[in-house]
Design a protein around this ligand. Structure first.
Ligand SMILES: NC(=O)c1ccc[n+]([C@@H]2O[C@H](COP(=O)([O-])OP(=O)(O)OC[C@H]3O[C@@H](n4cnc5c(N)ncnc54)[C@H](OP(=O)(O)O)[C@@H]3O)[C@@H](O)[C@H]2O)c1
Length: 314
């Protein structure tokens, strides 16, 4: 495993992080009875040298993380979890933040969280987050119950990073979680220059997601892009749109190429990978440790998707 520094937090983190949410939730989304497998998956990640685990109040995987890390020296781990935002008209939003954190500590079985995020903050939530929720986050940090304050964007709807662009001007976050992939590299222009200024650590989500792991979804997506003129018909084979990623590189699969694309982006600290499949986990960690894709291939990707900022890969 390779390790890096998570921005201004100074935390030493593995460049591959295990995402315990996403479409797989460690395999528990499709099979809620698979808790033992999910625990084994986290232990496998730890054995591979992953020390960064990302979960959330609403994933249902905090207790799984707790089971998997029992007995592991706490200082060897960097635990990231998230608080679902209280409703905008919640009468006591700060108490809700504190309650959520206490629940997370209990479920994970730890007395502090390394990175505690406000989860999925959309542009419409930003004022509430800043004025009504942040005071509680700062108090928790001062008490040592959380070490650093993070935010994750609502990328499924805020694919052009509006919330992050606005909030990073004000330097609220120690860490941000941003959607960045070969299908939507727009954070390169709009977010990473800002995180470079504030020193916020950067976690990458949506590296692969559905479109880059399910060929039929990719075909549908690319057909739609061609139909609406977003990419030229003669620039892509819609039946196998990204075949060049495996034909013109040493990447064995499209997910491998997609994780490598993210890993070597200047500005990304940790690439999160989410899976319920032990073989995928092994492949994905190996992919994240492989070299960058060749320049001509990166240029081809830039020509296809570099100008688009609305694809999520879902
Ligand atoms: N707003 C937020 O806060 C937010 C939103 C989304 C995600 N996240 C975090 O970011 C993490 C990463 O996001 P993500 O889970 O969407 O991750 P991802 O790694 O981009 O995509 C995961 C999807 O790709 C599939 N996959 C993974 N490796 C594969 C392989 N080698 N071959 C074929 N398919 C593969 C998985 O299915 P299999 O199970 O079959 O492998 C799963 O459906 C999440 O787990 C979560 O912790 C945060």
């Amino acid at each position: 495993m390779e390790y890096t520094t998570l921005g201004r937090t100074g935390l030493k983190v593995s460049v591959a992080g295990l995402g315990c949410g996403g479409p797989s939730r460690l395999g528990m989304r499709n099979d809620p009875q698979s808790a033992d497998n999910a625990v084994a998956l986290i232990k496998q990640a730890l054995d591979l040298g992953v020390n960064f685990l990302d979960t959330a109040q609403n994933y249902g995987t905090e207790p799984i993380v707790g089971r998997a890390i029992a007995g592991v020296p706490r200082e060897k781990l960097v635990i990231s979890t998230k608080k679902t935002l209280p409703l905008a008209d919640h009468p006591h939003p700060q108490a809700e933040i504190v309650k959520g954190l206490e629940q997370s500590l209990k479920l994970i079985g730890t007395d502090y969280i390394d990175v505690y995020h406000l989860h999925g903050v959309e542009p419409k939530d930003y004022d509430v987050a800043k004025h009504r929720l942040m005071p509680a986050m700062h108090r928790l940090k001062a008490q040592g119950k959380i070490r650093f304050i993070g935010v994750t964007e609502g990328f499924a709807t805020d694919w052009a990073h509006t919330m992050l662009q606005e909030s990073l001007k004000e330097d609220l976050w120690d860490v941000v979680m941003v959607g960045f992939s070969l299908l939507n590299p727009s954070a390169r222009k709009t977010v990473f220059p800002l995180t470079a200024k504030t020193g916020a650590g950067v976690l990458d989500m949506f590296a692969v997601r559905r479109a880059l792991s399910q060929p039929e979804r990719l075909q549908t997506l690319c057909r739609e892009l061609v139909e609406k003129g977003a990419i030229r018909k003669d620039s892509i084979d819609v039946n196998d749109p990204l075949a060049f990623l495996t034909k013109e590189t040493d990447a064995a699969t499209l997910p491998e190429a997609a994780y490598r694309f993210c890993r070597h982006e200047q500005g990304v600290d940790v690439v999160l990978t989410g899976t319920g499949n032990p073989a995928h986990l092994k492949e994905n960690v190996a992919a994240i440790l492989k070299p960058a894709l060749p320049k001509p291939v990166l240029e081809k990707l830039e020509g296809l998707f570099g100008g688009l900022d609305y694809l999520t890969g879902n």
